[in-house]
Design a protein around this ligand. Structure first.
Ligand code: TRP
Length: 340
């Protein structure tokens, strides 16, 4: 029996922050360890280039960094296939055929693409490659016949568009070669999108409000000590607020079941007054370090031999390419364009 396939990917545009880790990467490692699925995880460098065409260096450097983050978090090339999108030319070829099945109006309606176009300020100069990236994403997903795609909620429109392409292709060419994928979304919205240290809804490189898997102990400590808590909690004896307090938000996300009682006691004390921010932050630092310390150590170990990291990516890409080539073959066969 072949296992159901799970596929996910990330745009490599920097190191991974802990919001990405709790919202996504950690879950992939769990799925890997459960061993019920065939897992593919890839670095979507081509997709990243759709809005970084003039800055390929950022993407190139991020490949090594994100690969290190993956390995450090526990993705294991012996169990999962880890690969680089641009090294699989079959994905681009599949995209060409899918493009004929999607109208321009449909692409322009994609809500995530719409939001991104506004954010990035493309104006009248939207790169064509950017507009069609949901089609390329459908190629990523279908090339591996993914049954499940665990992604953030912002990716729902991409999964929906992929499903439409699959139905359209299978219907048009009277075939069942393409598999309709299902999205898996974070149930816990608070873990799905961890706010920044400053309380901003989004943790991001440009806002400088993130903690990274690559951060050393000192950096982690400084960042935790700088976290936004409650601007009215001035003296220790003042009653403090939990809502909007990043220390308690992070405690809820990173605390384990055995910590719940301690966290609750701390919340009660804080709300009554008499508990200072330094104490709550020290506790959070402990909780974070318990999770991030081992990851940081493994990251440093892997980083000592980048040659080996790239060798791992090369092997993963070779395995992935063989799978994608088979799907492409079936796609061409279904379309009747295999001439020889
Ligand atoms: N669009 C995803 C993101 O921005 C990355 C991605 C590209 C992806 N291709 C994919 C995710 C295929 C899942 C499946 O994070």
């Amino acid at each position: 029996m072949t296992k159901p396939v799970i596929l996910t990917g990330d745009r490599p545009t920097g190191k991974l922050h802990i919001g990405h880790y709790v919202g996504s990467l950690k879950n992939r490692v769990l799925l890997q360890e459960q061993g019920q699925h065939q897992l593919y995880v890839f670095l979507a460098d081509q997709q990243a280039l759709t809005d970084h065409a003039k800055d390929p260096q950022t993407i190139v450097e991020s490949i090594g960094n994100v690969a290190l983050d993956y390995l450090a978090a526990g993705l294991d090339p012996a169990k999962s296939t880890i690969f680089i999108q641009s090294q699989i030319p079959e994905l681009a070829e599949l995209s060409m055929y899918y493009m004929n099945l999607v109208s321009l109006a449909r692409l322009e309606r994609n809500p995530t693409v719409k939001t991104e176009i506004a954010q990035k300020g493309f104006g009248e100069s939207i790169p064509t490659g950017f507009l069609v990236y949901p089609i390329a994403q459908a190629a990523d997903i279908t090339a591996f016949k993914a049954n499940f795609v665990p992604v953030g909620n912002d990716q729902k429109p991409m999964i929906e568009q992929t499903r439409e392409i699959v139905r359209s292709f299978n219907h048009t060419y009277q075939t069942d070669v393409l598999v309709e994928p299902e999205g898996i979304y974070p149930e816990n919205e608070s873990a799905g999108r961890l706010p920044g240290l400053d309380g901003n809804a989004k943790m991001s490189k440009s806002l400088g409000n993130g903690i990274y898997l690559a951060d050393d102990m000192d950096t982690l400590q400084k960042k935790v000590m700088s976290m936004y808590t409650d601007s009215n909690h001035i003296r220790v004896e003042d009653p403090g607020q939990i809502e909007g307090n990043m220390v308690f938000y992070y405690l809820d996300v990173f605390g384990r079941p055995e910590d719940v009682a301690d966290i609750q006691a701390m919340k009660d004390h804080y709300q009554q007054g008499g508990l200072g921010d330094v104490k709550t932050k020290r506790y959070l630092l402990e909780i974070l370090e318990r999770e991030l310390g081992p990851i940081r150590e493994r990251r440093l170990e892997f980083a000592q031999d980048m040659g080996q990291v790239y060798e791992m990516l090369k092997k993963g890409s070779q395995v992935a390419q063989a799978v994608a080539a088979e799907t492409l073959d079936q796609v061409k066969e279904a379309m009747g364009i295999r001439y020889f």
